[in-house]
Ligand binder design. Structure first.
Ligand code: FBP
Length: 558
């Protein structure tokens, strides 16, 4: 429990007393938690290339923990290492706490160490031994600051050798990688390498990301999504109330989420603003930027006709990559930047870089890039992250939209088709929510994911993602087990090359949440159906403290 000190808040002290609820199956002694294997039959369809890359870890069975005698649990003490990878997400510290408690409950001599600063910590062999004394101040807290995080991509043979050597030198038996799709791709690569090298080292992943895009039939949600969306919803709800009070501004709020619009959809449900853009729909309809702008303009014009020159618009962070011509431009630009990386690096200014790049792009692409506001075109040139992704958090799409909307409204004004007043304010909410104090859901979920990861490694499983399901039910009923990482992979283009990566789950346009949204959005557009969710609650009635996301509710509704 967090101790009182000048840098610990009262809430943190109270929150430190929260005892995560373990699923019933994990409450048992490890020797009574039996892993049941299920062969996955449709595993190999159309995935021959993956089978080739993951010769040793492809085709593993799915694991579910059930009540029963387990004679295979590690008899000797083991040493496990944990690493936090990628962007922060509320609950990371509780994964470590669950892992620690699961290991210690099974054998007091089991050891947990934490690699520092993300995957680079493994490469540089920087770690700390984790003790209860150190951990107690971090239980139920937000952030990743206990051992920090990083985005180093692990893929080269040299890196894999180094990891092998470092794990071996430190006598680490198992490595738990807490990360999103890219980081768990790392986990799959390391698991395969260890198997290939005949090393008895277990590599297990834990699904983390506020973006909510690491999910599938077996992984119902990634941790952090619940807390982050509650925090953003409070902020957006407050803006809706402000808008409704002053009735003079249009607020454009871009929300994090990278390539997926799950966060935007969830915050949309919780606050019911006037426009919610869903990138996946824009892509499916092959909409151009001009068409996206036109759709927003039609709502602005309609509301202005009833004297409403105000409103709130949610923009997903990844919007730009969903607009057909932009997606093509970004993909071609990525290839050109990789092919010409040495030359580009020699230019001193972004302007020089852009001028050079224009000569390498097709006329269509370079004309499009030149037509963008200068600032946005320059943001397109920023370095990609180590996984080859455009740093979407740095591209101010909301400002691009405002600029284009202003132009269009002026045109309409000139021909007397718009008589309103358009005053726009832009926001970007992302970093505000990633390190929030985890909600009850995330505190429980992360603790269970960590504890479950301990059970997986104690049983010697490797190449798995820790899976805790049945999340619409109270934690007591959650089901636990492991899903083979390779089962979630496909081949995608990264840095201009085909690479095996974990499949991102985008908003499913045939899914229940999206359909529910479509039913409501016209009503939200013209009237003020705003909902003001207020702050995330840690104490009080369970209806408030244990509320799950609308996305989970709708996805699992009958
Ligand atoms: P992960 O996918 O690693 O969980 O990161 C999510 C995220 O918060 C995105 O929503 C955002 O685009 C990105 O990280 C920002 O990255 P950075 O922390 O490097 O600025």
């Amino acid at each position: 429990m967090a101790k009182e000190s000048t840098c610990v808040s009262k809430l943190q002290i109270e929150r430190g007393k929260f005892k995560p609820v373990l699923p019933d199956i994990l409450k048992k002694d490890a020797s009574f938690i039996k892993p049941v294997k299920r062969k996955v039959t449709n595993y190999t369809v159309g995935q021959d290339n993956l089978r080739e890359i993951f010769k040793n870890t492809y085709g593993l069975p799915e694991i579910t923990f059930k009540k029963g005698v387990n004679k295979n649990i590690a008899k000797k003490s083991i040493k496990v290492a944990v690493v936090l990878s990628g962007g922060q997400a509320p609950g990371g510290h509780n994964v470590i706490a669950g892992l620690f408690d699961g290991l210690k409950k099974t054998n007091e001599k089991n050891i947990l160490l934490g690699y520092l600063g993300g995957p680079s910590g493994i490469l540089e062999n920087r770690y700390k031994l984790i003790s209860e004394k150190m951990l107690c101040n971090y239980r139920n807290t937000g952030g990743f600051d206990f051992i920090q995080s990083g985005r180093t991509k692990i893929e080269t043979p040299e890196q894999l050798c180094l990891i092998r050597d470092n794990l071996t030198a430190s006598k680490v038996d198992a490595l738990v990688i807490v990360g999103g799709d890219d980081s768990n791709t790392n986990a799959a690569m390391i698991a395969e390498y260890m198997k290939k090298e005949n090393l008895n080292k277990c590599i297990v992943g834990v699904p983390k990301t506020i973006d909510g895009d690491l999910k599938n039939k077996y992984i119902e949600t990634s941790f952090g999504f619940d807390t982050a969306t509650k925090i953003y919803s409070e902020l957006v709800g407050n803006i809706c109330r402000d808008v409704n009070s002053s009735q003079k501004y249009w607020h454009f709020v871009r929300l994090m989420g990278r390539s997926a619009s799950h966060i935007t959809l969830e915050v949309g449900f919780k606050t019911q603003p006037n426009v919610v853009l869903i990138g996946e729909e824009i892509l499916a309809n092959k909409m151009t930027l001009a068409e996206v702008v036109e759709n927003i303009v039609s709502v602005i014009v309609k509301r202005a006709q009833s004297g409403k020159n105000f409103g709130v618009i949610l923009v997903p962070e990844g919007l730009i990559e969903f607009i057909y011509e932009m997606k093509k431009l970004i993909s071609n630009l990525n290839d050109v930047l990789v092919e010409n990386s040495e030359i580009v690096a020699k230019f001193h200014s972004v302007e020089e870089k852009k001028e050079f790049i224009y000569t390498k792009l097709s006329k269509e692409d370079s004309d499009l890039m030149k037509s963008l506001p200068v600032g946005i075109a320059s943001q397109f040139m920023l370095d990609r992250d180590p996984h080859g992704n455009v740093r979407l958090s740095l591209i101010e799409t909301e400002k691009l939209l405002v600029e284009m909307i202003q132009k269009r409204l002026l045109e309409l004004k000139r021909v007397n088709k718009y008589k309103g007043k358009f005053l726009a304010i832009t926001h970007f909410f992302g970093y505000e929510g990633r390190c929030g104090i985890p909600s009850n859901f995330d505190a429980n979920y992360t603790y269970a994911l960590g504890y479950n990861a301990a059970m997986l490694v104690l049983n010697g499983f490797t190449g798995y993602l820790s899976s805790v399901r049945n999340l619409v039910k109270p934690p007591k009923y959650w089901e636990c087990g492991g899903i083979p990482l390779t089962m979630m992979m496909n081949i995608e283009k990264r840095h201009g090359k085909d690479k095996p990566v974990i499949r991102k789950a985008l908003v499913d346009l045939n899914g229940k949440p999206f359909k529910k949204f479509v039913k409501n959005r016209n009503k939200w557009a013209i009237s003020e159906n705003y909902v003001f969710p207020g702050p995330l609650q840690y104490f009080g009635p369970p209806e408030l403290t244990d509320m799950i996301t609308k996305t989970l509710q709708f996805e699992h509704s009958k």
